[in-house]
Design a protein around this ligand. Structure first.
Ligand SMILES: Cc1cc2nc3c(=O)[nH]c(=O)nc-3n(C[C@H](O)[C@H](O)[C@H](O)COP(=O)(O)OP(=O)(O)OC[C@H]3O[C@@H](n4cnc5c(N)ncnc54)[C@H](O)[C@@H]3O)c2cc1C
Ligand SMILES: NC(=O)c1ccc[n+]([C@@H]2O[C@H](COP(=O)([O-])OP(=O)(O)OC[C@H]3O[C@@H](n4cnc5c(N)ncnc54)[C@H](O)[C@@H]3O)[C@@H](O)[C@H]2O)c1
Length: 468
């Protein structure tokens, strides 16, 4: 058994681990990366990339059918094998960036093994023992399959298998209406499947209810049957499909079942206890500097059980690199992380939602501007949605909720504004190009100040100024 003594040992080659490995090596550190599955992890192989590629194909199918109201009639003929080829092609196009070859070219030693801790400063990977100065756990998460009677036996799909389908499921049952359930149910419906979503609680339950209403309406328009507030009691294979019995007694028959009820941190095989690393519900517990209970070991990305997004994983990786390479104090600030659900229309959030903000701040306000009178939205024939600016009791921007086409692009300046402490008055006075949906955000900020003009002392001041 060989012993390696690198500066950094990264466990997991997904969005989080690859960022640490590349940056660590570029700063001259000796880096070993241990990855037991596909390089690129969830995002590239079974998450963001295939889901967004599928959504793109679905957008074309929808557009082909939806043109009649613009005077452009048409119909969509979906060749699902070709859709699958597009999805696989998107992965294959990006894969070289995350490949073993590229990382070895950067000077990283890549080991295709499963890693586990032997003790507080030793990891075993295949035949090798690794005694690194610093370890970074970036092993991600896996889909949860809930203990519903008969579910495991019917062979449900998860994000790890659904993108391998080369035929469109004629009838698809989606269990869970979180981001995965919402995005994929709409995409499959647009591609021609008859889709039912069963959500035990509320569609996109983490998000602003008014924004979710817009998405709920869009899913209905696309033919998704959404059942909320009901669970599934059991599943069984019957002649011609899979029958699911809901907890209220109703039954649904489908060809395939997709499970999307959340994730569990991938820590089971790591023997974290041997290294003195604390876990909570399987996720690695870290402090604000992303350090575990073992000061030699950092943990980043989905495995920490916090916000599970690629950009969060990448950001945490850059903080870990700063701490390891430059020995600088770092602080992860989850409140600055934006998130986007890529339904059509998209739903984007940064900072607390209105309900979260008001719960802790009685003087908080929300300024909402709908796209109804936004010229660009009218011209595009799609006025669904709104921009909502969230303003704390001291009059400072606390967050934003946007639902509408390209909300994911539109949230970026608000994430920048929060990170850079941009004043609301700056947002009220900047000049967005015409005609864009961005004007709605400026309008919301202007409205905030316009409201203060109704205050008695402001009115009196204006009367005095008028006389001068
Ligand atoms: C369907 C879907 C769509 C998504 N869409 C988006 C999106 O649009 N935008 C967004 O920001 N996020 C999205 N996400 C979330 C995003 O994919 C994850 O947050 C991100 O991939 C997490 O990266 P990670 O590096 O923490 O983990 P992962 O990418 O899961 O990487 C972990 C790696 O560790 C390896 N590993 C695990 N255990 C071991 C071990 N013991 N030894 C060696 N290797 C090990 C695994 O094989 C894996 O490759 C989506 C997720 C899904 C499922
Ligand atoms: N656009 C994006 O950035 C994007 C897209 C997809 C996934 N993701 C990431 O992946 C994570 C996982 O997504 P997800 O949608 O699997 O999980 P989730 O935890 O976000 O949502 C799961 C949903 O399933 C419901 N549920 C739980 N048990 C159920 C049951 N037995 N029957 C019916 N419903 C049940 C929950 O109430 C919840 O609404 C997300 O939280 C997100 O961080 C991000």
């Amino acid at each position: 058994m060989s012993t390696l003594t690198p500066d950094i040992c990264v466990i997991g080659g997904g969005s989080a681990g690859l960022t640490v490995a590349a940056a660590g090596a570029s700063f001259g550190h000796d880096v070993v990366l241990v990855e037991r599955g596909e390089m690129g992890g969830d995002c590239l192989n079974t998450g963001c990339v295939p889901s967004k590629a599928l959504i793109a194909a679905a957008r074309y199918a929808h557009a082909a059918r939806a043109g009649a109201r613009f005077g452009v009639a048409g119909s969509a003929e979906v060749d699902y094998a070709a859709v699958h080829a597009h999805v696989a092609g998107a992965i294959a196009t990006i894969a070289p960036i995350d490949s073993v070859e590229r990382f070895e070219g950067l000077g990283v030693r890549v080991m295709r093994e499963s890693a586990r801790f032997l003790d507080g400063r030793t990891v075993v990977a295949g035949e090798a023992t690794i005694r690194a100065r610093r370890f970074v756990i970036a092993t991600g998460s896996r889909p949860v399959v809930p203990p519903i009677e008969g579910l495991a036996e019917v062979g449900p799909l998860t994000n790890e298998s659904v993108f391998d389908l080369t035929r469109l499921p004629a009838r698809l049952l989606v269990i869970g209406g979180g981001p995965i359930g919402a995005e994929l149910s709409q995409a499959f419906a647009r591609l021609g499947a008859a889709v039912t979503v069963v959500e035990a609680s509320r569609l996109l339950g983490r998000e602003d209810p008014a924004a979710v209403d817009v998405v709920r309406g869009a899913l209905a328009d696309d033919g998704v049957r959404l059942i909320e507030g009901v669970g599934i009691a059991r599943c069984v294979r019957v002649d011609g499909g899979i029958e699911a019995t809901l907890s209220d007694g109703r039954t649904i028959v489908a060809d395939d079942v997709l499970v999307a009820v959340g994730r569990r941190a991938a820590t089971a095989d790591l023997d974290l206890a041997a290294a003195g690393i604390e876990t909570r519900e399987g996720a690695v517990v870290v402090d604000h500097g992303l350090r575990t209970a073992n000061r030699r070991v950092f943990a980043i990305g989905d495995v920490t059980g916090g916000l599970q997004f690629t950009h969060v994983a990448g950001h945490q990786a850059s903080l870990a690199v700063r701490a390891i390479v430059f020995r600088l104090p770092v602080r992860y600030r989850p409140e600055l992380m934006p998130r986007v659900t890529y339904t059509a229309p998209e739903l984007a959030q940064v900072g607390p939602t209105e309900a979260e903000l008001r719960a802790g701040d009685a003087r908080a306000r929300a300024e909402t501007v709908a796209f109804t009178h936004n010229d660009r939205a009218v011209a595009d024939g799609d006025t669904r949605g709104f921009v909502k600016l969230l303003i704390d009791g001291r009059g400072k921007l606390a967050g934003a909720t946007i639902v509408g086409p390209n909300a994911g692009e539109m949230i970026a300046p608000y994430a920048l504004a929060l990170a850079g402490k941009v004043k609301l008055s700056t947002i009220a006075s900047f000049v967005p190009p015409y005609p864009t949906r961005a004007e709605a955000g400026k309008r919301a900020a202007v409205n905030h100040f316009a409201a203060s003009l109704t205050k008695g002392w402001v009115r009196k001041l204006l009367m005095v100024l008028k006389r001068l």
